[in-house]
Write a protein that binds this ligand. Sequence first.
Ligand code: B12
Ligand code: SF4
Ligand code: SF4
Length: 331
Amino acid sequence: MGRMTTGIIRDGVDGGPALRAPVRKAERVERMMRLTLQQKMERTGFEVRTVSVEHLEDIERDVEALRGEVDATLWEESLSHFRYELPRELPDAKSIIVVARPQPSLMVTLRHGGKSWGFIIPPSYADAAKVDKDSLEALDKALSPASYRYVKAQLPLKTLAARSGLVKYGKNNIGYIPRFGSFNRLTAFFSDMPCAEDQWQDREGLPGCDDCHACVRTCPTGAITEDRFLIRADRCLTNLNERDSSVPFPNWVDPQAHNALIGCMRCQRVCPYNRMALDFTSARGELSEEETALLLSGQREGEAAAALNEKLKGMGLDPAIFPRNLEVLLR
Ligand code: B12
Ligand code: SF4
Ligand code: SF4
């Protein structure tokens, strides 16, 4: 995220007379104090909204209402771990703070067969822990001098973000923020911060989706359909390629469908709401011919494998999820 400007006010940058500087600083501090949490967080590159913990049941109801439309295995694997209750570590939580952090697509280069292969990794696959850490630091700073506690929320983040007005749904089911479209990572925290403004509201879709079918047409597996709002998650390439390499892809998946090292970028790349974010990329380095071979071999033991793991982690990537797509992409 090194290329993002933070908007933090720095003292003395406008180079005015030294004697006036303290007055200006005091004014700035006062002005800063008057800003809402949302405004303060925006200045440091985060989008944030808050809802009262009283809506936990509503969030559960929203998701439960769609149980019949979600493949049972996928429900069990991905949606049954949500906890619609106050965390034990923070029983006096009052607010749920939901945060969106703009995220670039990642570019990784691999050497294989004497050639360089450039691959894309969709936004949100890297730096999960960093986004949480940075969000907490920014919240702490924005709310200072008050001091609150935070506990990470195990909640359905898109629903929560849409219900707080932080994102609008695309027809592709992804949550969009104004300037960076779907190139964002969501996270949420319970806090004992009083919920001064409960931003709970109706979920909204992007207005442009009514007359656009680009993601429906481009989805390589027919996961996005016009006859229902929820995607057919069991058909989504992301669901299929996030699995272990030992699980083969179903026969009905066209090998040409694969387009990213993990996940799938098709419905995001084609979306007009992402036009301004398509160049938002972050190059994460290169793997040598030997490292690629090691990754493909599936060997996880030994010194070389440990070094590769460290290298991938340093690039913000999870070594466990790669070989599955890599094999198909290099064919
Ligand atoms: C399960 C899961 C998946 C599954 C299922 C996806 C799905 N659509 O549910 C699979 C593996 C397929 C998947 C894929 C991807 N995922 Co995913 N996934 C999750 C997970 C763990 C839960 C999502 C969830 O709650 N699903 C349940 C459904 C019921 O919730 P919902 O989609 O919000 O559904 C609501 C709407 O349908 C709405 N609704 C119903 N009818 C109508 C009608 C109208 C008009 C409106 C407005 C709304 C509406 O009601 C529902 C309930 O509120 C979250 C992490 C988390 N903790 O939340 C990440 C998460 C949602 N995924 C994420 C991402 C980035 C992706 C991918 C883009 C990855 C990639 N390829 O790059 C793809 C996108 C695929 C797609 N087109 O949706 C991000 C989304 C970020 C964002 N800004 O939206 C999350 C939040 C992870 C993160 N921390 O960043 N994912
Ligand atoms: S591609 Fe079109 S229909 Fe799909 S989410 Fe974007 S605007 Fe909506
Ligand atoms: S991520 Fe790919 S497979 Fe999944 S809905 Fe979007 S285009 Fe379809």
